[in-house]
Design a protein around this ligand. Structure first.
Ligand code: ZN
Length: 448
């Protein structure tokens, strides 16, 4: 990335270091450490001071996408300069960012609804134990009133922060792992929620309050001011600093969602959310549920009123017993096939152990980051375990397919790949596909 002269990007003012570029992308992608955030802020202030723009380097072509620093009172951010639809010819020199770049502008989809970076999430920051509460109300109101619609669409397709918190919890609790059947995994909704609760105990919202203490997994608590959860939130009141809103969290297994509503499985009532409910962008929206939903709540503008849901992220899951994350109805079908594979090989070869993992964050390879759809770890007797990759090639746009094809060579560094497409799982073909997958797995173990 470079700092260039405003409106004249051929003139370079300064080069950014690789570390600075990483920090900017991590900040924009909501995956930053506090060090990244400090670096990103320093760069934006510097560019603002130089009256320059930042030129990204995510494309191969001659023209690179541009970013302009913005200052609103004491808040700094970046605006993505892409041609407006009406003026597309005028600004041909302002291309969109590459699909894998966190600054990419999603034009077609409703940005508030979708998590665009599904195929390549950043590396998890396990050094961060603090998670974000809601900002204080006055700040939020100031932002909203000064925000024109263009600005809000620009900002909205950043990956969801709540999504990031949910994935960290799922990863810590290993809800994204189905243990080998030899270990007798006891999969029930109650067990899975208990594991997620202990993971939430290791995350902090404030120095004195863990995420677990401020989180309910019981939908009825939303309407019950006398619930233990709401009483704890009341107790926490003096501990909130001025810059933060008193924030509570709910982690709910939900049968369905709509644009601004959550239907918790344990209640006949629905929860209305102020912002649009976000979810991964994959596959047919009609077959995405059920979901595990993380939402945050405040207590109205005056911090005195009844609880209200502010934001929510809905992660599709295989079912309520496993809460195993999937990203589309098709991935749910592939998971079903993998669970069948695990059971059938357990019956046929009791000494073959198979662990199924749905990676929630990217893995590092020598040629870049990638995030396989599923990873099988197979182990026969005392032989060393082998990693096998299963990719779900669902019905996606050409653009997404191209992005995925780019990451396939990276995945080959992690292990051999077995691809599954929708035609492999039709009623007539699924039997053959199952046997082919069994043979492939057994063959991979034998090659050692
Ligand atoms: Zn870019």
């Amino acid at each position: 990335m470079r700092i260039v002269v405003r409106n004249s990007s051929t003139h370079t003012l300064a080069e950014l270091t690789e570390r600075e570029a990483v920090a900017l992308r991590a900040w924009y992608g909501n995956a930053s450490s506090s060090e990244d955030e400090a670096i990103a802020l320093a760069i934006i202030r510097r560019v603002k001071g130089m009256d320059g723009w930042i030129e990204c380097d995510c494309l191969d072509g001659r023209h690179q996408p541009l970013l302009a620093p913005i200052q609103q009172e004491r808040t700094f951010t970046l605006r993505r300069l892409t041609p407006k639809d009406a003026a597309r010819d005028r600004h041909h020199e302002r291309p969109n960012h590459a699909l894998t770049c966190p600054f990419h502008v999603d034009k077609d989809a409703d940005p508030a609804l979708l998590d665009r970076c599904f195929h390549l999430r950043p590396l998890p920051r396990f050094d961060r134990t603090y998670i974000d509460a809601l900002p204080a109300i006055p700040t939020r109101l100031a932002e909203v009133s000064s925000q024109d619609s263009a600005r809000s669409t620009e900002r909205n397709d950043r990956p969801s922060r709540l999504g990031g918190i949910l994935w960290r919890m799922l990863e810590k609790a290993e809800t994204n792992v189905i243990a080998p059947l030899q270990d007798f995994p006891n999969l029930t909704l109650g067990n899975q929620l208990a594991k997620l609760r202990s993971a939430a105990r290791e995350l902090r919202v404030l120095r004195t309050w863990t995420l677990n203490a401020l989180m309910s997994t019981w939908a009825a608590d939303y309407w019950d001011p006398d619930s233990r959860w709401q009483r704890l939130l009341a107790t926490s009141r003096p501990d909130w600093p001025e810059g933060l809103r008193r924030t509570g969290f709910m982690l709910l297994f939900s049968a369905g969602i709509s644009t601004q509503t959550i239907m918790p499985a344990s209640s006949s009532r629905t929860i209305d959310v102020i912002a649009k409910v976000r979810q991964p962008l994959r596959g047919d929206p009609a077959s995405r549920g059920p979901f595990l939903t993380l939402l945050n709540v405040d207590f109205q503008e005056d911090d005195e009123g009844p609880v209200r849901a502010v934001q929510a992220y809905a992660q599709p899951v295989y079912n309520g017993d496993t809460l195993f994350p999937v990203e589309s109805g098709f991935e749910r079908d592939v998971s079903h096939l993998l669970f069948w594979l695990q059971q059938s090989l357990f019956d046929a070869a009791p000494e073959l152990r198979i662990k199924i993992t749905k990676p929630l964050f990217a893995s590092e390879t020598p040629i870049g980051l990638c995030r396989p759809d599923f990873v099988l770890e197979v182990r026969y007797k005392d032989y060393p375990p082998r990693k096998l990759i299963v990719e779900a090639f669902g019905m996606e746009t050409d653009e997404y397919r191209a992005a995925k094809e780019k990451t396939l060579p990276r995945m080959q560094h992690l292990g051999p790949i077995f691809g599954i497409s929708p035609k492999d799982l039709t009623e007539t073909n699924s039997g053959v596909t199952g046997r082919r997958l069994q043979e492939w797995v057994v063959g991979q173990v034998r090659t050692d």
